[in-house]
Ligand binder design. Sequence first.
Ligand code: ATP
Ligand code: ATP
Ligand code: MG
Ligand code: MG
Lengths: 257, 257
Amino acid sequence: TVPIVGVVNQKGGVGKTTTAINLAAGFARRGLKVLLIDCDPQGNASTGLGVTKHNPNATLLKLLLDAADEKPLDQTLKDCMLESADGVFVIPASSDLAGLDGYLSQSVGKEFLLKEAVAAIEQEFEWIIFDSPPSLGILTINILTACEGLIVPVQSEFYAMEGLSQLLKTVQSVQKRMNPRLKIVKIVLTMHDPRSRSSQQVSKELQDYFGDSMANAFIPRNIRLSEAPSFGHSAVTLFPQSKGAEAYERLIEELLA
Amino acid sequence: TVPIVGVVNQKGGVGKTTTAINLAAGFARRGLKVLLIDCDPQGNASTGLGVTKHNPNATLLKLLLDAADEKPLDQTLKDCMLESADGVFVIPASSDLAGLDGYLSQSVGKEFLLKEAVAAIEQEFEWIIFDSPPSLGILTINILTACEGLIVPVQSEFYAMEGLSQLLKTVQSVQKRMNPRLKIVKIVLTMHDPRSRSSQQVSKELQDYFGDSMANAFIPRNIRLSEAPSFGHSAVTLFPQSKGAEAYERLIEELLA
Ligand SMILES: Nc1ncnc2c1ncn2[C@@H]1O[C@H](COP(=O)(O)OP(=O)(O)OP(=O)(O)O)[C@@H](O)[C@H]1O
Ligand SMILES: Nc1ncnc2c1ncn2[C@@H]1O[C@H](COP(=O)(O)OP(=O)(O)OP(=O)(O)O)[C@@H](O)[C@H]1O
Ligand SMILES: [Mg+2]
Ligand SMILES: [Mg+2]
């Protein structure tokens, strides 16, 4: 089956979008057919790949609402999928996605809508990756229900550890009730400075707790990673020799192994 | 009247909590009586000030639900307010706050609950500061409705600019419908490196757009700001000579001028 992976962490600004974009583009550079679904109403993954959605009739929100109304999804899927310059297929987000919860209050099984939408197209791809918003609301729950593996970017700072226990609790509830196959594939340290004492401390605590789920590769702080999105490209495409891109390539090798 | 200020930006990880904590502690060091209300279910502002809430019967969620049910608020306010080691009074957040929306779907005027809760105690304080979650949901809308001024931390990076137009749209809707006195007090650059070309570009764009609302003080990247919360103190208290603390002191001088 197709690997379907969500990049999640409700803590803000930890590198979810940067990770989702560079993994997707890295797989595409290896000739894999990859779909990135941007589930964050901020739409950073869409913009970062140069995909700015203009067709208001075909958005991820429409796709999820059609799934809720048991409508056929094929046409909307075709309409809202775009190919980015990096060769990654993208279903972009739009800001109206933030209102999803309001539409669904009477809907049965609202956690399963994204899973249904993806099931209609998953055979066409070799990897499917979700970017998620900084929350544990209905959009993230849909991601946890739809995917089989999670990649959790973690900044090696104090607040980062705080949120992980909340995330693990939510993952356990989803495993129990909606998605028994869900597992954490990799915890990845982002913006990590291995020389700093506090980063070393966080890294050690994560290693002790997560063991093999900790990625060997860590992502250093690297200006190219934050500059690339302003050009509408991933760093692995635009700055392949940069320390940031090389770190994501190492992570990709670990994931493909 | 008492200055009531919200620290808001739906982009994640831009330094909202770090700003809220260091402003509050900076005011307290000057002998002002300050209340910090942590409206983020992650509870980082509470933890960062060493306040970890244990009384499950007195939380911000209970306070807001009591306001929705027209119950008296005085007792719950007294029960949930704690004083931190830095001399800041705190109403801490708890993770159940994330479920607020679910409780309120039938409630009339759910945007006004925080304003009502604050009205019951505002005379006791000289400054009231809200920390907000990385979203524009019901908690942030309550903050925008309750306060008169906004402080918007902005990282000088590409994605930061994307989110500002969405924030401004939301602020305008709240000004029109719920809170005509709401205004942006200061835009503050955080984790700012004045030598980097892309940071200079963002800074110039913000200056052009916001003019006088841009703070003269910017907050540099400084390890002490990210280490202080692990001790349960603000950086202005624990590392007053650090570049990060000094930058927040300059921002405080601007706000008090
Ligand atoms: N390794 C890195 N080195 C330098 N900058 C980085 C790195 N990773 C991410 N960034 C930058 O840090 C900021 C936060 O990263 P990003 O937006 O990817 O995080 P996020 O978790 O998706 O945020 P949100 O919670 O808002 O969705 C961005 O400006 C990004 O460009
Ligand atoms: N000027 C700074 N220099 C260095 N580190 C900083 C600075 N400001 C914030 N940090 C660190 O960056 C991370 C993000 O900051 P913070 O948690 O305050 O942002 P936030 O906007 O409140 O995030 P969220 O969106 O999750 O609520 C934290 O680990 C914090 O310690
Ligand atoms: Mg993101
Ligand atoms: Mg915060």
